[in-house]
Design a protein around this ligand. Structure first.
Ligand SMILES: [Zn+2]
Ligand SMILES: [Zn+2]
Length: 327
């Protein structure tokens, strides 16, 4: 197998030839068909997440076809197309797992961060954490759904019954979630980098009621806002944009420091909270709903060996929607 490997933090991934791997008990091996490039991969490469494991193959939006099955695998079979997401394993026994919050497990493994991911021609996964995908939809268009879609979905659920909802940062996640929110009958307000007219018109083309810069005030107070961009300075801006009792959800795994702000913008029962990881139920719920919504995923494809270019383009905001690697 071949892979793009992170050998040292803050250095480019290296194209590497590896011996083929065999799945262990309860594991599957897939031939990777497509792997999305998520902002979290940038945080992994940059060393912004705690306790990194090196060397590591990044990538946690894997669409693959099973070509080897380990002992004890019950629900998946050879030849089946599956999705492998960020949550790669949990212990099943810690207090969080037992309270149905496996996204907060004390002993998790995360695909492409603490276990090898999908920037490769093959990947091994814990079968219990892989989703059967069926055969509808292209590999490339499904890949971004596996993180941008799923964690976005969790964020949207946590945002609550908001009719008017703001998205700060209109990239892979927001462009999928805007379509979900519209389908649910919500109004979407898109906040982009100041002056980014291109992304603002992209947001409007996906049904946003309003699009503007992150420092702009929306035309009316919002019921909730989700911050997808890893920028702490957006927190006070989003708090100012929501009405009394409104909720601000931080959807990213990493964010720059949040600047201090006057208590008055949190006062009146505004809420500020974060979303961490996903549960398998989030995945099952969203993957069954997505075909009904008819989500159109905008992608930019890169060959696997150009993973560094894809990451650089993501960092520079140089494409719409989501980047996807294909072997
Ligand atoms: Zn646990
Ligand atoms: Zn991700």
């Amino acid at each position: 197998m071949q892979a793009m490997i992170l050998k040292k933090l803050k250095t480019p991934l290296e194209w590497t030839e590896l011996p083929d791997r065999q799945p262990g008990p309860n594991e599957i091996r897939v031939k990777v068909l497509a792997c999305g490039v998520c902002r979290t991969d940038l945080h992994v490469v940059d060393g912004q997440l705690p306790n990194p494991v090196l060397p590591i193959i990044p990538g946690h939006e894997i669409v693959g076809r099973i070509d080897a099955v380990g002992g004890g695998v019950k629900d998946l079979k050879m030849g089946e197309r599956v999705g492998i997401p960020w949550l790669g394993h949990t212990d099943g026994t810690c207090p969080y797992c037992l309270m149905h919050r496996e996204n907060l497990c004390d002993h998790p493994l995360f695909t492409g961060f603490t276990r090898d991911g999908g920037y490769a021609t093959a990947a091994i996964a814990d079968a219990r954490f892989a989703f059967p995908l069926g055969e509808v939809g292209s590999d490339v268009s499904i890949a971004p759904v596996l993180c941008a879609g799923l964690i976005g979905w969790r964020s949207l659920a946590i945002a609550g019954e908001a009719k008017k909802i703001g998205f700060y940062g209109f990239g892979a996640a927001a462009h999928i979630l805007a379509q979900v929110a519209r389908w649910q009958g919500r109004q979407v307000y898109a906040f982009t980098r100041p002056g980014d007219a291109h992304t603002q018109s992209f947001a409007k083309s996906l049904g946003a009621t309003w699009a503007g810069g992150s420092e702009d005030s929306p035309p009316e107070p919002l019921d909730a806002a989700i911050i997808f961009a890893p920028v702490g300075a957006l927190v006070p801006l989003a708090l100012k944009a929501v009405r009394k009792g409104g909720r601000v959800v931080c959807a990213g795994i990493h964010m720059s420091d949040v600047p201090s702000f006057p208590y008055s913008i949190l006062w009146e029962e505004r809420e500020l909270l974060s979303v961490a990881n996903l549960t398998r139920k989030d995945g099952i719920d969203f993957l069954s709903l997505a075909p009904k919504i008819g989500i159109k995923v905008t992608t930019k494809q890169y060959p696997l060996h150009q993973a560094n270019e894809a990451l650089a383009d993501l960092r520079g905001g140089r494409f719409e929607g989501a980047a996807v690697l294909t072997p």
